[in-house]
Design a protein around this ligand. Sequence first.
Ligand code: SF4
Length: 493
Amino acid sequence: MDTTKGNSAVIPTTNPFDDDHLREECAVFGVYGHDDAAAHVALGLHALQHRGQEAAGIVAFDGRQFHAHRGLGLVSDIFADSNVIDRLQGSAAVGHTRYSTTGETLLRNVQPLFAEFEFGGMAIAHNGNLTNARTLRQDLIRHGAIFQSTTDTEIFNHLVANGRGDMLERVNQALKTVEGAFSLIQLTKDGLIGVRDPLGVRPLQLGKLDGAWMLASESCAFDIIGAEFVRDILPGELVVINDDGVHSHRISLTAKPRFCIFEYIYFARPDSVLEGKSVYAARKEIGAELARESHIEADLVIPVPDSGVPAALGYAQESGIPFELGIIRNHYVGRTFIEPTDEIRHLGVKLKHNANAGLIAGKRVILVDDSIVRGTTSKKIVEMVRNAGAAEVHMRISSPPTAYSCFYGVDTPEREKLLAANLEVEAIREQIGVDSLAYISLDGLYKAVGEESRNSAAPQYCDACFSGDYPIALKDQMEGDEPPQLSLLAELG
Ligand code: SF4
């Protein structure tokens, strides 16, 4: 039974008060073996809300039937009515929260997607992006597939439908056909399946609460429900969770994983532990490394809230310059009903941030932020700090220049709109109006996350948005890329 509710109106995908950051597109969360599976999924999604604020959904299985609810907006609004959770009965459930990269967020694109197959129903939740989605979609359509959404996740369903063998064999065949970054959770009548792509670009973790198993994008989702973190799902690993426990399978043997290094800089919540590293500790160490690389005499280190806080703390501790909250953030500025015109965007920075003028006046300040994307917000913040009377304004960025778009599940503007794709550091400094500007180096970033340096022969992370070194071929982006002539049915056989 699909109890889908929510209105189908189109809402803006860009928060006009914060359009100058890269955004993680999605979070996934699944529970197997708990009487309140859907309620726990809702709580887990709430903890993962930072990974996507446009829409969310949960599909639960009660042993006989699947129940679904999806809506547009925040998790706390979509699942506010306790009747909704009550209807999502069953001891297994999967949930998803999303940030859309397309110009609109339609209810039909909201995950988990659900479809009926020969082996029964399957709900699927996906974090990441398929890099051969366009070519696969064209081929599937040519062979008669009818798509109901514009998400690349639906391609996976069609591949499973076209496959041969039992459910797991079909899933395995589909996984061999898709390329890109994907952390997937699937719910079937036989259990929960979790998969991470061969390079492990996006995170996926295993947790446990009493006798129940959980899969989540980040460990902070286990904390909220009192579950214990068990381990990261390995790159190229598929786990099947059912009444017999957790069974691990390899979908591919990878030479070297390439986890997204930006998770440590900005995307993940600082209280999460990813790939064995505390995100908070990594961010502080990035700030400390930044201070070592680009020290300057100043009176105050000020974070651009909230994401710049841990790096600014690390910078202040390493440099010995006092850390102060010189910019105060209004946490109650959320989505808006106002259209995101340039005029409103300009107003937006002031609505969200205010300079602590009494603290800043007459001081030489170092602002620490995690990234500069288009540069529009940075410029406004610098103006605000200067207007509050700062004697000097220096900017330190806890990522290398973001000069390339991400195609692995993070919303980035086209390359030409990225400031660092067009301008050198000195020109960016001039444009945002600071006295000095420095980014952490790529080697410094690697050092801060525990590597000796970026081994350019075999980089240890995905860092493509800084280096342009894309670890997974961008099939859909390749110029003159012809749609494949292969017959998917033949290939899958
Ligand atoms: Fe992460 Fe950047 Fe790689 Fe995208 S391109 S996965 S944001 S490191």
